[in-house]
Write a protein that binds this ligand. Structure first.
Ligand code: DC
Length: 222
C-alpha cells in the first residue's frame, strides 16, 4: 500500500494534535507537530530577549529545531535541548502566534517541514499544512470547534498542569489568537479548497476518530 501525506489544519485548541497523534499511530506514520516548532522558536526569542523582527530573523541561523522520542512521545528540541516541558504555556503560545507572522520564520520552518514529508507516510498538523507546506497532500482535514468549547479544553489542560487560569482570560486569548492566525499577511489560517471540514464541538473523541480513520482508509485505497 502506498503511503500518503495527511495534512491537518485548524484553530488553536481544537484537538488537532490529539487527533493527528492517534491517526499517525493507526496508520503507522510519523507525526509532526508544527505548532511545537513555532513554539520552540518563540521560546528562543523569549530567552534571549529578542523582540525586534530584524533581530529574530538574524538569529534564525543559530536556531535548530528538532524532535526526539521520549517514552513513545514526541518532544521538540531547541538546539539539542528537550524543551517540550517549557513550550505549552500561554506566554509561549502568544509569542509563537506573533513570530509565526514573520515571513522569514515561516520560510525557515516550511522548508524543514517539506523535507520531513519527502518520503510521505506522515501526519502533520498546523495552520498552513494543506495550503502551503503540502498543497498536494492526499488527505487534508480542517478541524474546527466553537471558541467556547476550545477555551474550556485549554482551561482544563492548564488546570491539569497545576496552573490557575481564569476562564474569561482563556476565552479572550483563544479569540485573539484566532484573529491573529486568520488575519496575518503571511500564510493566514484558511481552509484549503479540497480540505474536509470536521467540526468536533459536539463529538466525542471516539466519534471523531471513527470518522477520521474512515477518511484515511478511503484516501489510502483511492
Ligand atoms: O498549534 P499551536 O497552538 O501549538 O501553535 C502555536 C502558534 O504557532 C499558533 O498561534 C500559530 C502558529 N502556527 C503557525 O502559524 N503555523 C503552523 N503550521 C503551526 C503553528
Amino acid at each position: 500500500m502506498s503511503k500518503i501525506i495527511v495534512a491537518i489544519d485548524g484553530y488553536s485548541s481544537c484537538g488537532k494534535s490529539t487527533i493527528a497523534k492517534a491517526l499517525a499511530k493507526y496508520a503507522g506514520y510519523t507525526y509532526v507537530d508544527t505548532g511545537a516548532m513555532y513554539r520552540a522558536i518563540a521560546l528562543f526569542t523569549l530567552r534571549n530577549g529578542l523582540t525586534e523582527e530584524a533581530a529574530i530573523i538574524a538569529a534564525l541561523p543559530q536556531i535548530e529545531v528538532g524532535f526526539v522520542q521520549v517514552d513513545g512521545a514526541q518532544h521538540v528540541t531547541l538546539n539539542g535541548e528537550d524543551v517540550e516541558g517549557q513550550i505549552r504555556t500561554l506566554e509561549v503560545g502568544n509569542r509563537a502566534s506573533q513570530i509565526s507572522a514573520i515571513k522569514e520564520v515561516r520560510a525557515f520552518l516550511v522548508a524543514q517541514q517539506q523535507k520531513m514529508g519527502e518520503a510521505k507516510g506522515i501526519v502533520m498538523d498546523g495552520r498552513d499544512i494543506g495550503t502551503v507546506v503540502f498543497p498536494k497532500a492526499e488527505l487534508k482535514l480542517f478541524l474546527t470547534a466553537s471558541p467556547e468549547v476550545r477555551a474550556q479544553r485549554r482551561y482544563d489542560e492548564l488546570v491539569e498542569k497545576g496552573e490557575k487560569p481564569n476562564f474569561a482570560a482563556v476565552l479572550a486569548d483563544v479569540n485573539d489568537r484566532d484573529y491573529r492566525d486568520t488575519h496575518r499577511a503571511e500564510s493566514p489560517l484558511r481552509q484549503a479548497e479540497d480540505a474536509i471540514v470536521v467540526d468536533n464541538s459536539n463529538m466525542t473523541r471516539e466519534e471523531q476518530m471513527h470518522v477520521i480513520y474512515g477518511l484515511f482508509d478511503k484516501a489510502v485505497n483511492h
